[in-house]
Design a protein around this ligand. Structure first.
Ligand SMILES: [Zn+2]
Length: 306
């Protein structure tokens, strides 16, 4: 965790809007958010063979080329997996685009590393009182379940929608560092072979330079519905594990409207003289904003500071 490069305001591009070619607000919002990550901007500036990353880097100098970079990414996604051809048509999910984008550039290890975290998942058996499974999970997206959503199987370590100073309420930091969840009620212990509910504990072992957090906004039983509930996100986060790690929010993606439709915008940091300022990016339109995630916040990005 010691080689993380800190957030560097000077690397961020100027605030500029992106043209929407009909349904590409999900793409524009994701790219505006990634452009707030100085480490990412730094790395895509290096010469690369990857056509999409070169196109993306060109959008910094010439934002009018944004539709071109979108089409290159779509071609790469389909080339990688023809099953994803549906993704090239119409409005898509910004969080899913993020995972597909990283999948397409899987040869670019330095960029992958920016987002990759590791956590240890241990399953405890209440019968024999032993940990019977311990696996390391590698991922690049933190899923944050909403408190009263379809997550009643989560323990009390779930982040809450009210102030994080409340005693019964854990913060986003503590959830990312360590949380419990219930395993399938039919899980069988490999040591004592007892069948029944078990508890899984996930602990963060390696924090990345950029934390990409996705809020699970949908509750799906017979049908899916959007959950209107907000998590208390702080502009600054501090992980107090073996070493203190400080992060700051650099962007978040808003989703308005229903499942399978709606509109995406981004609120992101850009340079402002010697400091930074928040801007709201709604495709071509750019306006001054403040850090105020709400119940439409769908993804939020934090960058390592010190
Ligand atoms: Zn057991």
């Amino acid at each position: 965790m010691s080689d993380l490069r800190p957030f560097n305001t000077r690397r961020l591009p100027q605030p500029t809007g992106f043209r929407n070619i009909g349904f590409t607000c999900y793409y524009n919002s994701l790219i505006q958010s990634l452009m707030s990550c100085s480490s990412f901007v730094d790395l895509i500036a290096q010469p690369r063979d990857d056509k999409f990353l070169s196109a993306l880097h060109n959008t910094i100098a010439d934002p009018t080329t944004i539709p071109y970079s979108w089409s290159i990414l779509m071609q790469s996604i389909v080339k990688k997996s023809p099953n994803n051809a549906y993704f090239t048509n119409g409005q898509q999910c910004a969080a899913e685009l993020y995972t597909l984008l990283l999948d397409v550039i899987d040869q670019e290890e330095d960029i992958q590393e920016l987002f990759t975290y590791r956590r240890q998942n241990e399953i405890f058996c209440p019968e024999c009182k032993k940990i019977y499974s311990s696996v390391t999970e590698t991922n690049n997206l933190f899923d944050l379940p909403l408190n009263n959503g379809n997550v009643k199987d989560q323990s009390s370590d779930v982040p809450c929608s009210t102030s994080s100073t409340s005693k019964n309420c854990n913060t986003v930091e503590s959830f990312l560092l360590r949380h419990n969840s219930d395993v399938d009620a039919n899980a069988v212990c490999t040591l004592c072979h007892s069948k029944g509910p078990k508890k899984k504990t996930s602990r963060l072992r390696l924090a990345p330079e950029i934390l990409f957090i996705n809020v699970k906004q949908y509750r799906c039983q017979k049908q899916c519905e959007k959950i209107y509930e907000s998590i208390k996100f702080q502009e600054w986060m501090e992980f107090d594990s073996t070493k203190k790690l400080k992060y700051r929010a650099v962007a978040y993606i808003q989703h308005y409207g229903s499942i399978g439709g709606g509109h995406y915008t981004a609120v992101a940091l850009r340079p402002d003289q010697n400091t930074t300022a928040w801007y709201h990016f709604d495709d071509q339109s750019v306006s001054a904003a403040s850090f105020a995630p709400d119940d439409n916040t769908y993804c939020i990005l934090y960058h390592y500071v010190e």
